[in-house]
Design a protein around this ligand. Structure first.
Ligand code: BJW
Length: 249
């Protein structure tokens, strides 16, 4: 685990040590230090001319299925080469310290599970899975032909990644589990997310409203704006290992 230092407020370390139910919401910033680009930070490279948000819609897929399939194929490659970073590892370790723990992620890369987190609530699906655009069922095997995207072996419809695009419903069980955790936790961490995409963006407010302490971990956050709202201004791969050391060493 990284030994880079970060000053954790002592009262926050104590709150974490004594918390009964901790809920964590993660976003793309948690995987940035694994080399996976975020959505709303500056884009570079091959896809610089495309707005990722404009590719993550059913309409984009209908208009240009090949472009969207290729974009996800490129991202799937990036994810396949990526490894969990100290932030993922610290969050897996946190699960072993607190009595009740819910890890909610907007990420589709599976890196929390790779780091050893067990109960991961995936709000936006998983890029490793593929489903039929027409039938909305997961497909595991298909014929590799020259078709891009490949065709569903059952109905011939185009295949797409099993992720949640704008305007699509989140998986109901995942959303209910996330909202339940936000309402019942005593500490809620929002880590590496810009907090602009609903319904995930409402979860920290739900927790705050129910009296939980909310901690935001983001290089762009403001430091400690209030007694039940903390901003830890730094990269998750530095802040989270420091938080665990402050609470349990
Ligand atoms: C670091 C760091 C480091 C950098 N350490 N930090 C209510 C109000 C307004 C709008 C809506 C609403 N309800 C619904 C909507 C519409 C829409 C929405 O929210 N739009 C807003 C943009 C305005 N929501 C939806 O459409 C959702 N569906 C829905 O609500 O359906 C309802 C419905 C009802 C009935 C019928 C039908 C539907 C679906 C949203 C799906 C989002 N999908 C995507 C793509 C997933 C697949 C993929 O990966 O391609 O999810 S979009 C994209 O944004 C992706 C992300 O999960 C999501 C959030 O992004 P995230 O993770 O926050 O990343 P960034 O880049 O924004 O931020 C990174 C942060 O990290 C930054 O702050 C950095 O500073 C920080 N950072 N390095 C820590 N080292």
């Amino acid at each position: 685990m990284s030994e880079t230092t970060f000053d954790i407020p002592p009262n926050l370390a104590k709150k974490l040590r004594t918390a009964r139910h901790v809920a964590v919401l993660t976003g793309a910033g948690v995987s940035a230090e694994s080399g996976i680009p975020t959505f709303r930070d500056a884009q570079t490279g091959l896809w610089a001319k495309y707005d990722p948000q404009e590719l993550a819609t059913p309409q984009a897929f209908q208009q240009n299925p090949r472009l969207v399939w290729d974009w996800y194929a490129w991202r799937r490659e990036l994810v396949a080469r990526a490894a969990p970073n100290p932030a993922h590892i610290a969050l897996a370790e946190l699960e072993r310290h607190v009595p009740q723990y819910t890890l909610i992620t907007q990420n589709v890369d599976g890196l929390h599970q790779q780091a050893g987190s067990r109960n991961v609530v995936e709000l936006h699906g998983n890029i490793a899975r593929t489903k039929c655009f027409v039938e909305d069922v997961v497909v595991e095997h298909w014929d590799e032909t020259s078709d891009i995207p490949p065709r569903c072996p059952h109905c011939g419809g185009p295949l797409r990644p099993d992720v949640v695009w704008f305007g699509e419903r989140l998986p109901e069980a995942a959303l209910l589990a996330a909202q339940d955790a936000a309402r019942h936790c005593d500490m809620f961490f929002s880590i590496g997310t810009s907090g602009v995409v609903e319904p995930a963006a409402s979860l920290p407010f739900m927790a705050l409203k129910q009296g939980a302490t909310v901690v935001i971990v983001n290089p762009e956050s403001k430091p400690s704006p209030g007694p039940t709202l903390y901003g830890l201004n730094g990269p998750a791969g530095t802040v989270l290992p420091a938080l665990l050391r402050a609470a349990w060493q």
